[in-house]
Design a protein around this ligand. Sequence first.
Ligand code: SAM
Ligand code: SF4
Length: 351
Amino acid sequence: MTIQTRIEEAAQGDKGFAARTNPDEVRHDWTREELQALYDLPFNDLIFEAQIVHRRWFKSNEVQMSTLLSIKTGGCPEDCGYCAQSAKFDTGLKASKLMEVEKVLAEARRAKEAGATRYCMGAAWREPKDRDMDMICAMVSGIKDMGMETCMTLGMLSGQQVHRLAQSGLDYYNHNIDTSEEYYPKVISTRTFQDRLDTLERVRNAGINVCSGGIVGMGESQSDRLGMLMALANLPEHPQSVPINMLMPMEGTPLGLSEKVDPLDFVRMIAVARIIMPQSVVRLAAGRELMSDEQQALCFMAGANSIFVGDKLLTAKNPEADKDRVLLDKLGIVSMPAHSCPSEKKVSADR
Ligand code: SAM
Ligand code: SF4
């Protein structure tokens, strides 16, 4: 073949490539084989396909920015093998009590001033005690009054607790399924995968938006990774927000010495999540600080459109936050306005 013919052929482009998925279709019947076929596409084709879906439902250069606060740290009775907050492992973390409402509201106010549109709060609990719910609900309504979206992650919830959170106007509840149903008992023994699904069902049925995803890098197989995405995509409604975490190995936990995830495998996971849950915001969550700028850029190309940012993102005081800002500016990424997720349920207090 002459150089001229090669150039001419290249100029024709790959007209034979047709996207496998219809970006308008929201499915809940994905099979592992279908997910594997997507995952195994040549990298460029996978990214192209993810981009088609992404641009159908989202603005291509917008990323949702959330700020996260730990309102109760450490001393958790659960034994999640990845977590530094479990009381079962000697990780050197000091346990603290539930933060006072006023302190939480003051932190949220600062985050709002720094540009955050959603305020996420996490507690190291197996489940909240009923006596904690007054304080939790006061945090939710106080932050909503500031005009921010709210998200809580408190562990398992009873029907009554879900009802109270819904009444206080909670926008999102985070409850990760973490891995496939088969691999789950290898990571956590103090609750079951089904316990997780039960809480998700209660939250969904109460009209609260669901944030649920998992972790990559806990020694699971590729089939487990796709099994996790399949379980999320085949829920009766796709979680409105899907965090994909890369394990941060924590010293003293059973998974503290885990091997690093191959960066391109991680990007492929993001792309598959984007394709099979087209109307969900896909969050590049824990582990982003372990990723290069190039890996993060590929994740955004593959359809990730949410991150956690330090609450000082717009100031130069926090070097990490400043680094984020430089990267986002380089990529031309701007903040996604609140309530831009096409599948989000509108939430009002006193439902
Ligand atoms: N106790 C609540 C629960 O488990 O739902 C909420 C707090 S927990 C810290 C929130 C999520 O953080 C977990 O579901 C897990 O997916 C993620 N996570 C915790 N430790 C992690 C680690 N070392 N690396 C990556 N993700 C982690
Ligand atoms: Fe950590 Fe949450 Fe598991 Fe407790 S339930 S050990 S806080 S991940």
